[in-house]
Structures are given as structure tokens and as C-alpha cells.
Design a protein around this ligand. Structure first.
Ligand code: DGL
Length: 273
């Protein structure tokens, strides 16, 4: 069967924090990144819009020979992954695979909490979907999950305002609201791939005993494990260490901001949907 790059999809820049770790842990593969920057943020959009946009982008990645696509976006994983896996892939080509970021994150939560009280920070879409409490309940029924939607955090990051004083107000407010739900929270999941850029400020407002989990390394380790258990998928991932970046918005803007997320200079091309 024909080989192709591993597709990595996000609404915008956030998935680059995942790609950075995939590069560190799985450097042998080719990667094709697609950011739907023209329609970001997804976090406040309806279930139907997130599903339609995600499916459209995933189909482009399939057309560009990706046989495995990672939804490096919690909002898309929460609102579109299941339908794409169960309804769309069987019709398009049952040998294709799409994986998300929520399940691998939930799988390791139990390794960190001692109190059994876990907090989730995410976009409104992710939080309202209840995907984290539902998945954690299946894996660790005794863990109590507390959630807080942070609708301003992605716009702060996308607009490059995240290091300014204005960001402090929203970050402190959402963290306090999460912590007020239970004084026993000892582990917090950054359930949005944009949030690693906010870690410095988040830590400023968080008691130091609370463990912060960000997803890049978790998703990379989970993919290492997945590929070792699925040689039929591993065999169709091409291995030339190339990185291709596509954005649905201006490639100039993308290149200017992407380095902050990816940790190195990026040269993207525009994809017209
Ligand atoms: N990076 C996406 C996530 O992990 C959200 C960004 C958005 O709102 O578009 O949820």
C-alpha cells in the first residue's frame, strides 16, 4: 500500500505544540500539518460547524496521502472525532485512521492524582461536550473531575497578547474559578493545545503543589505505543523526516506566529478550501 506523511490537524497554531513533541519522540516520519487558521477559533463554534470543518480538513489530508491523521485539537477531538471514526471513515476508506488527543490524556490522569480530584481547563466546546469527565469515568471511576471553560485563552494566544498584563486577569479568573470547585484538586489538565504557551502565567496563579499536565508529550508517547501495536499503520507512514505546513489563512501570518508554538522557523503554504 502507498505510504504517506502523518497528518496533524488543528484549528490554528495549537497543534504545533503537539507536532513539536511528535518530532522529538518520532523523528523518523514525515509530517503534514494543517491549521484551519481562517476559521479559528473553533472553541466557541457549534458542534455541527466543528464537525463539518474538521471533516473537510481531514479529507484534504487524506487526499494528500496521509493514512493516519492526528486531531491535535481538543475541540475537534471532542466534537468531531467519534463521528469521523464511526460514520465517515467506513465510507471513505476503512483502512484510514484518525486519532484524537483526549483519550490518551485521560489514560494517564490516574498516574498523577493522589487526592482523586482532577481539574480540566479547555475551550467552551471541549468543556460543554463533557468528553473529559466521560472518558475519565470509564477509566478511573473513582476520580472526581472539575471543569472550567476558558473562552478568552485561545484568542489571547492567537492574537499574541498572552504575555501582556491583560492576559493575567483572564488566566487568574479561570484558575480561581476551577480551584473554587474543590480545594482537593491536585492535578490539572491543560485540555487545549494552545495552552502550553500560557504555562508561565498559569503557574503564577497556581499553588505549586498542583501538577500541570500538558498534552504534547502525552500524545507523542501514546502514538509511539499505538504504532508499535499497529504495524499495518506504521508501515504506511513514510519515513524521510520531512515537515510540510499548510494553513487555510495567510501563510505569511502563519510563519510569523508558528515558530512560537513549534520552537523553530516554519515555512508554510496556503491551502484554499
Ligand atoms: N487548540 C484547540 C484545542 O485544543 C482549540 C483552539 C480553538 O478554539 O480553535 O481545543
Amino acid at each position: 500500500m502507498q505510504q504517506g506523511p502523518i497528518g496533524v490537524f488543528d484549528s490554528g497554531y495549537g497543534g504545533l505544540t503537539i507536532l513539536k513533541e511528535l518530532k522529538a519522540h518520532l523523528p523518523q516520519y514525515d509530517y503534514l500539518y494543517l491549521g484551519d487558521n481562517a476559521r479559528a477559533p473553533y472553541g466557541t463554534r457549534s458542534f455541527e460547524s466543528v464537525y463539518q470543518y474538521t471533516l473537510e480538513c481531514v479529507k484534504h489530508l487524506f487526499d494528500m496521502k496521509c493514512r493516519l491523521v492526528i486531531l491535535a485539537c481538543n475541540t475537534a477531538s471532542a466534537k468531531a472525532l467519534r463521528t469521523i471514526q464511526q460514520k465517515d471513515i467506513p465510507l471513505i476508506d476503512p483502512t484510514l485512521r484518525v486519532l484524537g488527543v483526549i483519550r490518551p490524556t485521560c489514560e494517564i490522569v490516574g498516574n498523577y492524582t493522589k487526592t482523586g480530584h482532577v481539574g480540566i481547563l479547555g475551550t467552551s466546546g471541549t468543556i460543554l461536550s463533557n468528553s473529559y469527565p466521560i472518558e475519565i469515568e470509564k477509566l478511573f471511576p473513582s476520580i472526581q473531575v472539575y471543569q472550567e471553560a476558558c473562552p478568552m485563552w485561545v484568542p489571547l494566544v492567537e492574537n499574541n497578547e498572552y504575555e501582556n498584563d491583560g492576559a493575567d486577569y483572564f488566566i487568574q479568573k479561570n484558575i480561581n474559578e476551577l480551584l473554587s470547585q474543590s480545594p482537593q484538586i491536585d492535578t490539572i489538565v491543560l485540555g487545549c493545545t494552545h495552552y502550553p504557551l500560557l504555562i508561565k502565567k498559569i503557574k503564577k496563579f497556581l499553588p505549586s503543589h498542583i501538577k500541570l499536565l500538558s498534552q504534547g508529550e502525552i500524545v507523542a508517547n501514546s502514538l509511539v505505543d499505538y504504532l508499535s501495536r499497529h504495524p499495518e499503520i506504521e508501515n504506511v507512514c513514510s519515513k524521510n523526516k520531512t515537515y510540510t505546513f499548510l494553513t487555510t489563512d495567510s501563510s505569511g501570518n502563519f510563519d510569523e506566529h508558528a515558530a512560537l508554538f513549534f520552537g523553530e522557523t516554519v515555512k508554510s503554504s496556503h491551502l484554499q478550501l
